[in-house]
Design a protein around this ligand. Structure first.
Ligand code: TLP
Length: 338
């Protein structure tokens, strides 16, 4: 089988997930009658210290319904300019929520509180109202970098001071919590709502959770219906999500250790990368020649990866990438870079 470093989204459900899915009690979730979905939503809320949770089809849907629930058409929202919500959502926030994104340059995926405060619009007949501030932790395009509890606290402080709703794309929030050695709820305290994914490093086959205050989640539930996300007997998916939260969440340090060793090996081989950014399970590095060519040559050797620019390659580790696989990948890279 190929060693698949394209993303942690490629992870297959574990045997335990498959068993849980087969035996899951289910009901019609649009009527609020699916016990497995309810249990998952409660567990997600509890882990993040929020009042309520909402099971959504994807991370994309979770972020979209969060924006829909927090804004009105014609509002502006502030975020860092490499964020997933800005880059990869097919402009869904503009097209479907009718909201303008004010994207600001950050450092390693993070803005400063001063940048946020300065970007808030004054009252003026020409300006859209600034309604929301979003951050991403861990930060995908910055290479899986982590924002600390203190950073999130300071940013949320600046945003709340200006009356903004604070939302976090926490697709990989448990990777951030693992890196920092804190509970996810310590990070989640400094955001009003948060989305996190079950189908990335946590290996569930599909689904994400949006968590936040009860009235916000009730509004988001209606928007989820609007965008076609009422999934009926979704308990078969939620059952896998429960295994993801209870079991797979606790093993992410292994993926980080593998990523670290892989990155250190790549640095020795002369790949251009900033080791300080390799904090979790994502490695971004530059090769001297074409990234697409490098990725093609890896594929011939049974290794899958994504090119992310002319010279930039991304490797992502996950539970189906073993320490032995790291050796195999480094051997292949030695042939290609050496
Ligand atoms: N990221 C995927 C691709 O879409 C790029 C990946 O392979 O990394 N927020 C963040 C930070 C993400 O990295 C992703 C997916 C999402 C949201 C969207 O989640 P899904 O794919 O469930 O809609």
């Amino acid at each position: 089988m190929a060693i698949d470093l394209r993303s942690d989204t490629v992870t297959q459900p574990t045997e335990e997930m498959r068993r849980a899915m087969a035996g899951a009690p289910v009901g019609d979730d649009v009527y609020g009658e699916d016990p497995s979905v309810r249990e998952l939503e409660e567990r997600g809320a509890e882990l993040t210290g929020k009042e309520a949770g909402l099971f959504v089809a994807s991370g994309t849907m979770g972020n979209l319904v969060a924006v829909l629930a927090a804004t009105n058409k014609g509002d502006e929202i502030i975020m860092e300019d490499q964020m997933h919500m800005f880059w990869y959502k097919v402009a869904g926030i503009a097209a479907l929520a009718g909201v303008q994104i004010r994207a600001l340059p950050g450092r390693r995926g993070a803005l400063t509180p001063d940048q946020v405060a300065a970007a808030v619009r004054a009252e003026d007949i020409h300006f859209p109202p600034t309604r929301m501030f979003c951050m991403e932790n861990t930060h995908n395009r910055a290479g899986g970098t982590v924002q600390s509890v203190q950073q999130m606290q300071a940013l949320a402080g600046a945003a709340r001071q200006a009356g903004l709703w604070v939302h976090t794309d926490g697709a990989r929030i448990f990777n951030a919590a693992t890196y920092l050695g804190v509970e996810a709820r310590e990070l989640a305290r400094h955001t009003d709502s948060m989305m996190f994914c079950l189908s990335k490093g946590l290996a569930a086959p599909a689904g994400s959770l949006l968590v936040g205050p009860r009235d916000f989640i009730a509004r988001a539930r209606k928007y989820r219906k609007m965008v076609g996300g009422g999934m009926r007997q979704a308990g078969v998916l939620a059952a896998a999500g429960l295994v993801a939260l209870d079991k797979m969440r606790l093993r992410l340090a292994e993926d980080h250790a593998n990523a670290r060793r892989l990155a250190e090996g790549l640095a020795v081989l002369g790949a251009e990368l900033d080791l300080d950014t390799v904090q979790t399970n994502i490695i971004r590095f530059n090769v001297p020649g074409s990234a697409a060519g490098f990725v093609r040559d890896l594929r011939v050797r049974g290794i899958l990866a994504n090119a992310q620019g002319a010279h930039s390659v991304r490797f992502v580790t996950h539970y189906q990438v073993s320490a032995q696989d790291v050796d195999t990948v480094l051997k292949a890279c030695r042939e290609l870079l050496g």
